[in-house]
Design a protein around this ligand. Structure first.
Ligand code: AMP
Ligand code: MG
Length: 697
């Protein structure tokens, strides 16, 4: 046996880097006449090392580097020393010598050494570079395996070498592990699936990174020799002829779109798309507990017991038996029995006797009605003075069944107590009803778990101590959105802050997709060259952007996308796709668009109807300016006045960066576009976000 193989299946545990575990070993071979004469001038090795360090998920160790001239013999010698020995490299990347000049011999040196070709990697690298410059086609890269080592020939320029390696690096651990000989048991037992998930690489990423969106046929078998197949988590949805509309981030600022290529939708159109693309609710059986408050029932619920389960007294008093004649006689009766509200047997009541009984206690068998204690007087007591002996009943107006709660008079066994579609509110009535009949398990719609992340290199934790450095901005959106989601009764997971560095967003979104049903991001959806959200969703995750601009204020760049999830999952409880809401970075915009767009989708996924915030009509307490072209969601305080009408006052400055516009706000006024102002006293629609207060008159 040569080097340890199986270790590699664990060496790619990137979510929790473990230094005790073997990393994949890489070698860099720079093939350049000039650099070999003056090694310090070489820029390729540091460029490639930084790719391994930044995008390698801590899986790689660059264990050897060499700089040699363009010599076929030298190239082969170096490569052999890394492939044929006891401790072989997992990956060799060469840089240089792949052009058309006569001195360029790298492909000629490498090709004869390869046992097996890997044209897919060549294609991936070429198409990535081609997206940047057509001159990419003037390179002659090769890729393939020699023994257990994968070899790639990268271009000679540091920039080109870096871009090419970036394009394929994430895919390589899988290939290298297989090439190392680990395509055996440990890997087959979910290993590759895990590898993919952990490396943030899902099937078909080759085409995704290359900017193409081929549709591959799916493989459900166990043949892991293909780079794509049955584990297919995210896969491109954009049709090739449509192509992604997002910027290609690798193309740099000069190539970015200078106006948004996304059509501007009306809010209603956007909401319609969200409704169409929101995954259907999933049914789950849960125990009837406090945790189910906020859920919507997915099936009718029948009472399994009656309430009350026994004939019970409604008052404190005396249970009596009405004689066969049907007429109760007033007079003095012996207290033969006592029935308290407690579990246990009660003796039979005979004619001519009465039983003292408390509220809620079971009627003794034979008793027909209860006389209230107020209609009686004590006649005699036991010798010790502790117990009643005889009672005089002062009334004869007593009917059979009087002051008795009959069995099932509140809820009858087998009656439907709650219907499919009804929610279990926090008020408590529905849960109380379930509790009263001993319901133990209920069928509800699963509430989606929502993950929230902020994007931006300038964003810092809101509670970081110390003064801000120039350019730093405290994360306002994430805490605000987490609060808003939880207040709406949904589980919210904090996904942290993600930098604008290439790859970081992709990695975070992939990890998030494993954990949550709905992702909310903020920032990075405007037109800046660092705004990576749209391209990452479309180009790297195979998602579909359904809209990228909405005619509203604030919130214009709101973006909505879906990403397909694994179809092969046998679990019926898995959603077929997940939704991503990429909200604008400005805090007020993020919170407005959460309420307008995200909430209806969360409601729909959890079976709540009608979806979204309730809409009411309010009277303006002051003039409100209109936007000429856009529907504006104006933050306001709405309260009730003595006349029973709702009145609204503005929270002041409505700039999208000003989160203070939400302070005290419980409503979003829906101010239609137009000239001038809406006058004090006019009526306008409003979405209610919070509880109504009472207005000072
Ligand atoms: P962007 O869309 O990323 O260009 O962001 C637009 C504006 O919102 C910029 O001024 C950002 O600094 C700001 N911003 C983005 N994310 C946040 C956040 N999480 N908290 C506060 N401000 C933010
Ligand atoms: Mg940003």
């Amino acid at each position: 046996m040569r080097d340890p193989h199986f270790k590699y299946s664990t060496s790619v545990h990137i979510s929790q880097p473990d230094m005790s575990v073997t990393k994949l070993r890489a070698a860099i071979l720079v093939i350049s006449e000039t650099a070999s004469k003056d090694p310090p001038t070489d820029k390729c090795i540091p460029a490639l090392q930084s790719v391994f360090a930044e995008l390698g998920n801590d899986q790689w160790e660059v264990s050897s580097t060499e700089i040699i001239p363009d010599s076929l013999i030298d190239i082969q010698k170096s490569i052999r020393s890394w492939t044929d020995g006891e401790t072989f490299m997992n990956l060799i990347v060469t840089s240089g010598g792949t052009g058309f000049a006569t001195k360029d011999v790298t492909p000629e040196a490498v090709t004869p050494l390869l046992d097996r070709q890997a044209p897919g990697l060549v294609h991936g690298m070429l198409s990535t570079s081609y997206a940047i410059t057509p001159f990419a086609l003037m390179a002659r890269p090769v890729a393939g395996l020699r023994k257990n080592t994968l070899i790639l020939t990268l271009p000679g320029s540091p920039k080109g070498a870096k871009e090419n390696l970036e394009a394929v690096l994430k895919l390589l651990p899988h290939a290298c592990v297989q090439a190392a000989g680990a395509a055996s048991r440990p890997l087959h037992q979910g290993g590759i699936k895990r590898l993919e998930a952990e490396a943030g690489v899902f099937s078909e990423s080759v085409s995704a990174t290359s900017g193409h969106t081929h549709h591959h046929h799916r493989h459900h078998g166990h043949d892991h020799s293909h780079g794509h197949g049955g584990h297919g988590a995210p896969r491109p949805h954009t049709k090739p002829e449509e192509g992604p509309q997002s910027n290609d981030p690798s193309a740099g600022p000069t190539r970015r779109y200078r106006s948004s290529p996304y059509p501007m939708l009306a809010v209603d159109e956007a909401l319609k798309i969200i409704a169409e693309q929101t995954p259907a609710p999933i049914v789950e059986e849960v125990s009837a507990s406090i945790a189910s408050v906020g859920s919507v029932l997915a099936a009718d619920i029948k009472a399994t017991e009656s309430v009350p389960a026994f004939r019970a007294s409604i008052v404190d008093g005396y249970a009596v038996k009405i004689p066969a004649s049907g007429k109760f006689q007033k007079g003095t009766y012996p207290v033969a029995l006592v029935s308290h509200a407690q579990a246990g047997d009660v003796q039979e009541l005979k004619e001519g006797q009465i039983a003292r009984i408390t509220t809620g206690a079971p009627l003794p068998p034979g008793a027909d009605a209860v006389v209230m204690v107020e209609d009686t007087v004590l006649k005699s007591q036991t010798e010790d003075g502790k117990e009643e002996k005889e009672i005089e009943i002062l009334t004869e107006e007593i009917q059979s069944g009087e002051n008795v709660r009959e069995v099932g008079s509140d809820v009858k066994k087998d009656e439907i107590i709650l219907r499919k579609g009804e929610g279990i509110s926090a008020v408590g009535g529905e849960f109380g009803l379930l509790a009263s009949v001993g319901t133990r398990s209920i069928s509800v719609y699963k509430r989606p778990v929502v993950g929230v992340l902020s994007t931006g290199d300038e964003i810092i934790e809101h509670d970081r101590a110390g003064p801000l450095k120039l350019g730093e901005v405290r994360d306002t959106n994430r805490p605000t959105l987490l609060t808003a989601i939880r207040a709406q009764g949904f589980e919210a997971i904090d996904l942290g802050i993600v930098s604008d560095k290439p790859g970081a967003l992709e990695d975070s979104l992939r990890m998030a997709l494993l954990k949550v049903d709905v992702i909310i991001t903020s920032g990075g959806v405007s037109m800046g060259e660092l705004d990576l959200l749209k391209p990452t969703i479309e180009r790297s995750l195979g998602g579909t952007i359904h809209f990228g601009r909405v005619n509203m204020k604030p919130g214009k760049p709101t973006t909505f996308a879906t990403i397909p999830t694994k179809h092969s999952s046998p679990e019926p409880s898995t959603r077929t796709h997940k939704t991503i809401f990429s909200l604008p970075g400005n805090p007020a915009s993020a919170v407005v668009t959460f309420h307008v767009f995200v909430l209806p989708s969360l409601h729909q996924q959890s079976g709540v109807s009608p979806v979204g915030l309730p809409r009411v009509t309010v009277v303006l307490e002051e003039d409100v300016k209109r936007d000429r072209g856009r529907l504006e969601y104006h933050r306001a305080v709405v309260g009730v006045k003595r006349d029973g009408l709702l009145y609204a006052t503005s929270t002041g400055g409505q700039r999208s960066s000003r989160i203070g516009s939400f302070k005290g706000a419980n409503a979003l006024l829906c101010v239609g576009s137009g000239e001038g102002v809406l006058k004090k006293g006019e009526k306008v629609g409003a979405l209610l976000m919070g509880k109504l207060g009472e207005f000072r008159q």
